[in-house]
Design a protein around this ligand. Structure first.
Ligand SMILES: [Zn+2]
Ligand SMILES: [Zn+2]
Ligand SMILES: [Zn+2]
Length: 128
């Protein structure tokens, strides 16, 4: 995997100014972070290693990024997973799974798969 931007081989330093180079101080893009890296020696710079983005649910490499309102992300994605990457298909799956699952309506009536249900025993419901 060579750096798509400056064509460095893995293990080598990027060409100065490459936007794939990470800042050794903060971990962000070195060309846009706030740190003072003017005296950085080559020894301190971070050589190029490819860490592919991967959907943390299905393992798909380089999933297309999509934008979501923060509240939606927090509503559906559990705290541990919020820093990871999900592909859109997996996000849709999670969202649907959560949306159709059992929840109590405001009036306290249980709802399952879009139907009003009654509880027959713990964890078991049937349509009313
Ligand atoms: Zn590069
Ligand atoms: Zn920095
Ligand atoms: Zn996925």
């Amino acid at each position: 995997m060579i750096c798509h931007d400056c064509k460095a081989e893995e293990g080598y330093l990027h060409t100065p100014g490459c936007d794939m180079e990470k800042c050794p101080k903060c971990g962000d893009q070195i060309i846009s972070c706030e740190c003072d890296n003017s005296k950085l020696s080559d020894k301190e710079r971070i050589p190029w290693i490819c860490y592919p983005n991967m959907c943390s649910r299905c393992g798909k490499l380089w999933p297309a990024l999509f934008l979501l309102p923060d509240e939606e992300w927090k509503k559906y994605v559990e705290p541990e997973q919020r820093k990871s990457v999900l592909c859109f298909d997996c996000y849709q799956h999670i969202k649907e799974a959560i949306d159709i699952c059992f929840y109590e309506t405001k009036s306290g009536t249980p709802f399952l798969h879009g139907q009003v249900v009654q509880q027959i025993e713990a964890g078991q419901y049937e349509p009313l």
